[in-house]
Design a protein around this ligand. Structure first.
Ligand SMILES: C[S@@+](CC[C@H](N)C(=O)[O-])C[C@H]1O[C@@H](n2cnc3c(N)ncnc32)[C@H](O)[C@@H]1O
Length: 265
């Protein structure tokens, strides 16, 4: 069970490491299982028995992921009222809801901009785009909407999984790279960057880049992130950008960026 900060180890799992049991100690099963793939049966069973899914629903959050962001902020307190926040990969909008609440969106100077491949239901006071963050034209729109500068950049993006662990790791790391690149461009001094990160080796260069540009970089695994999942988050706080120009120059030299500093895809 979670401690008072909601932050300790995840609640009990079944013997497979996947299922959650209800109060009676029994795993609840979805009613309509016939005709579904085994993976979808497993997902439905897990959703039905997951206490965080129930909590998110009862509190009106659009996603279980909202609880992860809440738990991370309870622990590290990176949100402040009045902040300008960009949420990359924001659908269905759980992180937007938490960001809106914790920055007091609608009062003072707080601003909130989100983007996702999928359409996201609106949030009062937020600018939300539907599009691909790897499309420079879309990122330009996000940049303009946030007024050219942000206090925090969030990314809960994950590429669609293929089931092949190293392919999934590389694809999600590529999204992390795009998110970090955007954060380095847009963050104000002392800003923060919080992003999903599948650990597996390829993220090392990106972590080094964060170390050079932020005061503190740490891996975080909130209680609501399933313990059997490779998912974790990287939280970088205290942006100072000291390493930014050097990093870009090194990447231009290595042929990973063009003369304008843009990543070569
Ligand atoms: C785990 S969900 C985000 C959940 C969200 N944090 C919430 O609380 O509701 C990850 C999202 O990343 C989005 N995504 C993945 N690749 C993307 C891309 N290239 N551009 C924009 N969004 C992307 C997916 O469409 C998906 O909605």
């Amino acid at each position: 069970m979670a401690d008072q900060s909601g932050y300790s180890k995840a609640s009990k799992k079944g013997p497979s490491g996947r299922s959650y049991r209800n109060k009676t100690g029994l795993t609840r099963r979805p009613k309509k299982m016939r005709g579904r793939k085994v993976s979808s049966q497993r997902w439905l069973t897990r959703q039905l028995n997951d206490p965080f899914v129930a909590e998110a629903k009862s509190r009106g959050f659009r996603s279980r992921a909202a609880l992860k962001l809440e738990q991370m902020d309870d622990r590290f307190q990176f949100f402040k009222p009045g902040m300008a926040i960009v949420d990359l990969g924001c659908a269905p909008g759980g992180w937007l809801q938490v960001s809106s609440l914790r920055t007091n969106l609608g009062k003072g100077n707080a601003r909130l901009v989100g983007i996702d491949l999928l359409e996201t239901e609106s949030i009062v006071g937020a600018d939300i785009f539907t599009g691909d963050i790897t499309d420079p034209a879309m990122l330009e729109k996000v940049l303009t909407a946030i007024g050219g500068a942000a206090d925090g950049v969030l990314s809960d993006m994950a590429a669609d999984t293929t089931g092949h662990r190293s392919t999934d790791h590389l694809r999600t790391t590529a999204l992390l790279e795009t998110a970090l690149d955007f954060a380095l461009l847009v963050l104000n001094q002392n800003g923060f960057f919080l992003a999903k990160c599948f650990r597996g080796g390829a993220e090392k260069l990106l972590l080094d880049m964060m170390q050079r540009n932020f005061k503190t970089v740490r891996h975080v695994k909130p209680a609501a992130s399933r313990s059997e999942s490779v998912e974790s988050y990287v939280l970088a706080i205290g942006f100072h950008g000291a390493g930014w120009a050097d990093d870009i120059a090194a990447e231009v030299e290595a042929g990973r960026r063009d003369a304008h500093g843009m990543i070569i895809v």
